[in-house]
Design a protein around this ligand. Structure first.
Ligand code: MN
Ligand code: MN
Length: 485
């Protein structure tokens, strides 16, 4: 080969790699970009997150813990204020299950707010309204449940469970209950069939390995000493509940008891690069959006709103779900107290000019079941916060599908803030799918897009998230709140 040809080839090679750098999308694992100090900061941030998960195993507890943090950061109840002005930090609450935090911006609220909406309910087992019964010949008291949200029922057998909840007694007094989280407290469990006798049952389909009605919780096995009692074990349970909480059997009717996996959030892996815990969908977004709001310095351009929703896992219905009027009513109250008018015209203008991140998790590519994902578009654990343009299933049915224009805005915000991000799609086409609160917020004619970390083992008793993604999500929400649009 002559020298001239060789030079041309080298030049072409250089051009090619420059061109590749300029034109090709490159997404790498986020850890590559961090220095040791970043890793320490991320680790510290996630200690706070783990504490938040441990303090809030139910939507009620998560609400209370978030409210405590907001009050400690100087947020004031809006109802106590006659008016609000730029820089004010306020909150509104709904039934101990929704929290709306706002930092009033410099621009009028009629020009729109920057809203980050996540949910603080997680899949679990709710006790039925009349749950307690006795298997007399077995001397056992049990509790019937109705599962809440999408679960693989078999995952809830043969594992320790804690009972959390609130009960309204016959005189109207409300009592909070939490049994099973402390080391010295008893736990509960749903028994599973031993493998030795599972031979015939082995053909059961996944959803029936333990069926819905088989999710009964073992509550007690010691009979009350009164020999005349027809249900002595049940009676002993009722006696315990009466002595400790003032409850009678009828009080179960006005109670919300949730059985959740026992235990605290833990680091996962030799390198402690991941967090494993129950309820990360979607407290991972609740925590990061809450922290981004509490850590905000100064007065933002636009009013920032952090919203913690309930009932997402059952379709966002009910008065504490995203379809409740609480969110728009709260914006109306904010508008009216800021002197921007308290009529529908003001509200419509504000909502239509608003920008929203539906902050929820996506499914990270599963190393065991890669085939349910389409690798080019699946989000990967540790590759940064995931931006999901559309949700839904089977031809984007039931989707919130954000516009290219809004995705463009979000992309510019994340890039300008140096956030490591990736795109995501919930599974291969026609493999399944799912939705978030996004489509309900889009009904207000605001721009909405899904944005949150991708996790493994979603909806299981032990979900796994990457600490890098948790931190990049926090950074993304901070950049979004600060965006002037
Ligand atoms: Mn979710
Ligand atoms: Mn979910």
């Amino acid at each position: 080969m002559d020298a001239k040809k060789n030079v041309t080839k080298t030049k072409k090679k250089e051009e090619g790699s420059a061109l590749e750098k300029k034109l090709c999308m490159k997404k790498e694992v986020a850890w590559k970009a961090y220095k040791k100090a970043d890793e320490r900061e991320i680790g510290d941030f996630c200690e706070g997150y783990k504490g938040y998960l441990d303090a809030g195993k139910t939507e009620r507890e998560c609400f209370s813990d978030s409210l405590r943090a907001a009050e400690a950061a100087g947020f004031k109840p809006l109802e106590k204020l006659a008016e609000v002005k730029a820089g004010d930090r306020v909150y509104l609450t709904n039934r101990g299950k929704n929290l709306l935090l706002a930092v009033i911006g410099k621009k009028p609220m009629r020009e729109g707010v920057n809203l980050v909406a996540s949910h603080i309910d997680s899949p679990r087992l709710d006790l039925k309204q009349n749950p307690l019964y006795e298997e007399k010949e077995l001397s056992m008291a049990l509790l019937r449940t109705h599962y809440y949200g999408g679960i693989k029922k078999y995952q809830w057998g043969a594992t320790p469970l804690a009972l959390h909840g609130a009960v309204v007694l016959s005189d109207g007094k409300k009592v909070d209950v939490s049994i099973g989280e402390k080391e010295d407290e008893p736990v509960f469990s749903i028994n599973d069939l031993l493998p030795h006798l599972s031979h015939k049952k082995a053909d059961r389909k996944m959803g029936e390995v333990l069926s819905g009605e088989e999710l009964v919780i073992i509550a007690a096995s010691m009979p009350h000493p009164d020999k005349k009692s027809k249900s002595p074990v049940k009676l002993a349970v009722l006696e315990y509940l009466h002595e400790n909480y003032g409850m009678t059997e009828e009080d179960f009717v006005s109670a919300e008891f949730e059985a959740v996996p026992v235990g605290k959030a833990r680091d996962v892996g030799f390198d402690r690069s991941m967090v494993g815990a129950y309820g990360q969908d979607d407290r991972i977004c609740a925590y990061t959006s809450l922290r981004a709001m509490l850590d905000m310095q100064g007065t933002p351009e636009r009013t920032c709103v952090c919203f913690l929703a309930d009932k997402e896992e059952t379709g966002s219905d009910s008065n504490t779900g995203m379809t409740s009027a609480f969110m728009p009513n709260s914006v109306l109250r904010l508008l009216s107290k800021s002197g921007e008018g308290g009529d529908y015209a003001a509200l419509a203008e504000s909502l239509e000019n608003s920008k929203c991140l539906s902050s929820d998790v996506n499914a990270a590519m599963d190393p065991n079941f890669k085939d349910v994902h389409e690798p080019q578009n699946a989000s990967k654990l540790g590759f940064g916060v995931t931006v999901t343009k559309f949700t839904g299933s089977r031809g984007k049915s039931g989707a919130n599908d954000s516009s290219a224009e809004f995705v463009g805005e979000i992309r510019r915000i994340l890039n300008a803030a140096g956030v490591q991000w990736q795109t995501g799609e919930l599974g291969r086409v026609d493999e399944g799918g799912g939705g978030t609160v996004a489509k309900f917020l889009a009904q207000y004619n605001m721009d909405v897009i899904d944005c949150g970390p991708a996790i493994l083992s979603m909806h299981s008793p032990f979900e796994i998230a990457s600490k890098a993604d948790i931190y990049e999500t926090y950074k993304a929400y901070g950049a979004f709140y600060a965006a002037p649009f």
